[in-house]
Design a protein around this ligand. Structure first.
Ligand SMILES: Nc1ncnc2c1ncn2[C@@H]1O[C@H](COP(=O)(O)OP(=O)(O)OP(=O)(O)O)[C@@H](O)[C@H]1O
Ligand SMILES: [Mg+2]
Length: 240
């Protein structure tokens, strides 16, 4: 579903070129939940934005269901949730959803039904007519998760989706991610909450300074390294 080959991205900081994503390659199979984990500044958000087509690679290729990232065909297949979701503050939750549904040219009656289902699913049924400026952080996350699903995406790209959620919210989100997987969707998400990743991912990659330094199913990684995922995470980063 998602193939990344030799992806490299450089940025300029104070007139100096820094490599943020460094020759990264990975494959996410259809129906997988794939977790990209790494410390602050590892390059997770940059990678996720490249996949979503919001940034363009310096080098390398990204293909989504056979289409290059950033093309309209690829964008139609994805749902994207930003790291710090922000919306037009004067809009109500329903209006935000309608706005995005419109961008995807979803027919009005279909959109209305879908919006109701999604807002209920993410726990915002009672906030449907509430302006986004009155939302808490967790409510923003929930709305962003609903927005990301409006077009029934084949690939969900989520940047720290569990960030800022309380334990109940985290549990809800994990269940929703697994439900999406069950319905055939593929999920590519970044996180630094290792326990969450361990619970729901089929495969994880540890990213450090833009490079993958370990990859595999959480079970296999734990088994082969004889360490918990947290120990493996800390050790591989310290030794890299
Ligand atoms: N637009 C930009 N211009 C210059 N440097 C940038 C830009 N965006 C990101 N960077 C740099 O790229 C590096 C990786 O940033 P990125 O946001 O991808 O990390 P991250 O793994 O998502 O971190 P976090 O866990 O804190 O969200 C950082 O050193 C950051 O300063
Ligand atoms: Mg980030």
């Amino acid at each position: 579903m998602l193939v990344i080959r030799n992806l490299t991205k450089q940025f300029y900081q104070r007139n100096e070129e820094i490599t943020v994503v460094d020759n990264l390659s990975l494959t996410v199979k259809k129906g997988q939940v794939f977790g990209l984990i790494g410390p602050n500044g590892a390059g997770k958000t940059t990678t996720v934005k490249l996949v979503a087509g919001l940034l363009f690679p310096g080098k390398g290729k990204i293909s989504i269901g056979g289409f290059p990232a950033g093309t309209l065909e690829a964008k139609r297949k994805i749902g994207f949730m930003n790291e710090n979701p922000q919306f037009y503050y004067h809009l109500k939750a329903r209006e935000v959803m309608e706005f995005v549904a419109d961008l995807f040219e979803i027919e009005k009656t279909v959109a209305t039904k879908k919006i109701d289902v999604l807002l209920k699913e993410v726990g915002l049924k009672d906030a449907k007519e509430l302006a986004v400026r009155k939302f808490s952080k967790g409510m923003h996350q929930r709305l962003a998760f609903a927005v990301a699903q409006i077009n029934n995406p084949e690939l969900l790209i989520l940047d720290e989706p569990l960030d800022g959620l309380d334990p109940l919210g985290r549990l809800d989100f994990k269940q929703m991610i697994l439900k999406l997987k069950k319905s055939g969707a593929t999920i590519f998400f970044s996180s630094h909450i290792l326990s969450d990743v361990e619970e729901i991912c089929d495969e994880v990659a540890i990213l450090h300074k833009g490079k993958i330094i370990a990859q595999g199913s959480p079970k296999d990684l734990v088994k082969s390294s004889k360490q918990s995922l947290e120990e493996l995470f800390v050790r591989s980063i310290r030794n890299a």
